[in-house]
Design a protein around this ligand. Structure first.
Ligand code: HSE
Length: 303
């Protein structure tokens, strides 16, 4: 690659209620990465120019997750890293449960692959991204788009993309930060058989409901006993915001990824639901941002 190229990577919502670490969907909110190949190594170690979300916090050198992902690709290909710089424009809020770190990993491996002439297939990239992230439910949809059912294995993740009709979803991101590590540490390591059955059935029903656009079924099935009962305590006002969403017409509400973002599903009234959820957080003195988003069907791509 000799000319700059631009890559879009979507936000993702993982878990979708009962599908902990296995279900995820790509959303129409993007980070943009421009990869600029150079003829010689740049003078500075600061090789990433960042605009938007995280601009004042993210590292601009090779500690940057995108750069790290690129170097993992070069190492896997056994090539000397070619010189480059990056410009990124981030729209995905950080540490919010919308897959910003997966977007960086996926953006990095797609950019790295692009820079060395696309020697790796999407399957190769998925394996690499899953190794880096530890679970495929964010990196899968970030790379492939759509609704993804994915199970990590010792080698290639078992992954399938499920067709979904056009859907709009309300995304509400409170001004709270939840570190995924902490949100995983608080989860119990054992689950009763009763609760396992509760989740297995519902995860299957959620996939069916989303694929059919069946909001009634989604409303009955989108519940969880594996992570949400523990994580909701990290989200001030959670119960009131969920109640407000349902009173305003939402069929189902889930914690997006490890939170604190909440995602509400509804056939209509999306703006009104977003407004009511924002107001309910405000009562708890929590400012929040809202989006009405669609399913991204393409995943990370060159544009
Ligand atoms: N499945 C992951 C979790 C998504 O809920 O911890 C966040 O990376």
């Amino acid at each position: 690659m000799t000319k700059p190229s631009r890559i879009l990577v979507p936000a993702t919502t993982a878990n979708l209620g009962p599908g902990f670490d296995c279900l995820g969907m790509a959303l129409s909110l993007y980070n943009e990465i421009e990869v600029i190949p150079l003829a010689a190594a740049p003078d500075s170690t600061e090789i990433v120019e960042i605009e938007g979300e995280g601009a004042s916090e993210l590292p601009c050198d090779d500690r940057n997750m995108i750069v790290y992902g690129m170097h993992r690709v070069f190492a896997r290909a056994g090539v000397t890293p070619p010189p480059f710089t990056l410009k990124t424009v981030n729209h995905i809020p950080m540490m919010s449960g919308l897959g910003s770190s997966s977007a960086a990993i996926v953006g990095g491996i797609v950019a790295g692959n692009e820079l060395i002439g696309n020697v790796f297939t999407r399957d190769d990239l998925l394996t690499l991204a899953t190794e880096m992230e530890g679970h495929p439910d964010n990196v899968g949809p970030a790379l492939l788009g759509g609704l993804i059912v994915a199970v990590a294995t010792a080698s290639l993740p078992i992954i399938t993309q499920v067709d979904v009709p056009p859907l709009q979803m309300v995304i509400v991101t409170p001004d709270l930060r939840v570190a995924t590590d902490e949100a995983r540490r608080i989860l119990p390591s054992m689950l009763s058989r009763h609760d396992a059955i509760y989740n297995i059935g519902r995860a299957a029903l959620v996939v069916q409901a989303l694929s059919q656009g069946d909001f009634d079924l989604l409303g009955r099935a989108m519940d969880d006993r594996l992570h949400q009962p523990y994580r909701k305590h990290l989200i001030k006002g959670y119960d009131d915001v969920v109640s407000a969403a349902k009173a305003a017409g939402a069929s189902a509400v889930a914690i997006s990824g490890s939170g604190p973002t909440l995602i509400a599903f509804a056939p209509d009234r999306h703006k009104a639901i977003a407004h009511e959820m924002r107001q309910a957080f405000a009562v708890h003195e929590i400012h929040s941002r809202t989006w009405v988003l669609e399913v991204d069907r393409l995943g990370a791509r060159r544009v």
